[in-house]
Design a protein around this ligand. Structure first.
Ligand SMILES: [Zn+2]
Length: 288
């Protein structure tokens, strides 16, 4: 799907295993920027390289023109296609310095953040060529640049990228969509990251990895909605912890999700961790 003159969005489906015999359908967006060269923002799951290459050929370009992949963060559904693409094209791989360890050593990522079918989703470890930091500029040639914003919270080393030419912002998983399952490491940091992005003036497009592109006023509205969702989750945690001293983390997570209106969903560790992230903030009513 074409988003702007240069930017194309690819919606990539995959299955996440959440129990011995249970999978859920998920999707992730990867983005292509067509300039003199081709730049990718994220690379989907393992196998997505075929979808990406196909799309590039359909657009009349040569996959060998892929010069760079910038990762918004290290999770499997963002890096999976990159080992194959690196091998085929020799492209430059870039990520925030704090995201580097989990991309360069996926066994370490799995040990520290286990998810069901991790090894089906991740294409293997790959070496990062360019370590990025907040405030860095990435030169795409032809006068086009990305500005890098460090936006941790969902994941350490997460970045958002401002494509200056189009005032288009790529946010990875930093801005949650209301009503989606909570997945983050630190809620206060997640909120700070969104507030930082809201300070960027004149944004015309917002492209998250788990929502359709947002345009115009919808850009800032989706950031506000993400903040409100964090607050809503926090209020559910406050309500479920009121009057009880030591709740089992899984039990608390089940109660909070029920209060938020989710049907019975499997309590995978990454969701239990997300709800648990609120426990150090129980003295605060307002997070946003
Ligand atoms: Zn993620």
């Amino acid at each position: 799907m074409q988003v702007t003159e240069d930017i194309h969005a690819l919606k990539i489906p995959f299955k996440l295993r959440v129990g011995p015999d249970k999978t859920v359908d998920r999707f992730v967006f990867a983005y292509l920027i067509f300039g003199d060269q081709i730049c990718l923002i994220d690379s989907g799951v393992a196998g997505s390289e075929a979808i990406i290459i196909d799309y590039i050929k359909q657009a009349g370009r040569d996959p060998q023109e892929i010069a760079r992949i910038v990762f918004t963060h290290s999770h499997a559904d963002h890096i999976g296609g990159s080992p194959a693409l690196k091998k085929q094209t020799g492209c430059n791989l870039a990520a925030h310095v704090d995201a580097r360890p989990w991309i360069e050593n996926v066994d370490q990522q799995y040990a520290e953040r286990p998810i069901g079918n991790f090894y089906d989703l991740v294409g293997g470890s790959v070496e990062i060529d360019s370590g990025l930091k907040d405030g860095d500029q990435v030169d795409l040639g032809d006068g086009k640049t990305f500005e890098i914003f460090h936006t941790p919270g969902h994941s350490k080393g997460a970045i958002s990228l401002l494509y200056n030419k189009d005032r288009a912002l790529f946010t990875g998983d930093a801005v949650p969509k209301p009503g989606t399952v909570p997945i983050y490491e630190d809620v206060a940091t997640s909120i700070e990251s969104i507030k930082k992005l809201k300070q960027i003036n004149g944004l015309k497009v917002l492209m998250a990895s788990w929502d359709d592109p947002q345009f115009g006023a919808g850009v800032y509205a989706s950031m506000d909605a993400g903040l409100q969702w964090f607050q809503q989750i926090h209020e559910a945690v406050l309500a479920e912890t009121a009057g009880s001293d030591a709740l089992d983390p899984k039990d608390l997570c089940a109660r909070v999700l029920k209060r938020l209106g989710f049907p019975e969903i499997p309590l995978v560790p990454i969701v239990v961790t997300s709800i648990g992230a609120h426990l150090k903030l129980l003295d605060k009513q307002q997070l946003i």
